[in-house]
Write a protein that binds this ligand. Structure first.
Ligand SMILES: C[S@@+](CC[C@H](N)C(=O)[O-])C[C@H]1O[C@@H](n2cnc3c(N)ncnc32)[C@H](O)[C@@H]1O
Length: 144
């Protein structure tokens, strides 16, 4: 793995930790959960449910294997969050790190708006790195 990628994962892990510590929650949702980076920061004493959403089934399988000790607290769903049929369960804290680059701001805002009665806090991270460009190839780089 390239050192840039490792650094990015470590940074995202720390950001997720900060997000979890900043907002009280019993139910957490993670959009674009990928390989589950940051889930290790969740305190199972205070968090009753963790939802992970991703379009990529292989990533979700990795998350399932990696965090199998979380049992039924961890629920993973393969889905396309940009589809208008996608709905969120009740969530205290919704984390969306490096996913808006994939779905676009309009779709993302529309998703949040449609589900606003289900979510208490949304915390998101976008990446803008002028020198190295986006880590995730995105059609939305210019507007982000
Ligand atoms: C850069 S990764 C997210 C990084 C991760 N949140 C972290 O903290 O390490 C983007 C993820 O979004 C997922 N994704 C992209 N488009 C999606 C969509 N329309 N619906 C659901 N997941 C999507 C990809 O499969 C990928 O796992």
């Amino acid at each position: 793995m390239k050192s840039d990628s490792v650094f990015q994962l470590q940074t995202l892990n720390l950001i997720t930790k900060e997000q979890l510590e900043s907002y009280t929650h019993e139910i957490v949702g993670i959009l674009g959960v990928a390989g589950g980076n940051g889930i290790d920061q969740i305190d199972l004493h205070t968090t009753k449910k963790i939802y992970g959403f991703d379009i990529n089934k292989e990533y979700l399988n990795t998350v399932q294997n990696r965090y199998s000790y979380m049992g039924q607290a961890l629920e993973l769903e393969q889905c396309d969050i940009s589809e208008s049929t996608f709905g969120l369960p009740r969530t205290d804290l919704l984390i969306a790190n490096l996913i808006i680059e994939y779905v676009g701001q309009t779709e993302f805002v529309s998703l949040i708006d449609r589900n606003r009665n289900q979510i208490r806090v949304v915390s998101c991270t976008i990446q803008k790195n002028q020198e190295k460009g986006f880590v995730s190839q995105s059609n939305y780089t210019i507007s982000l």
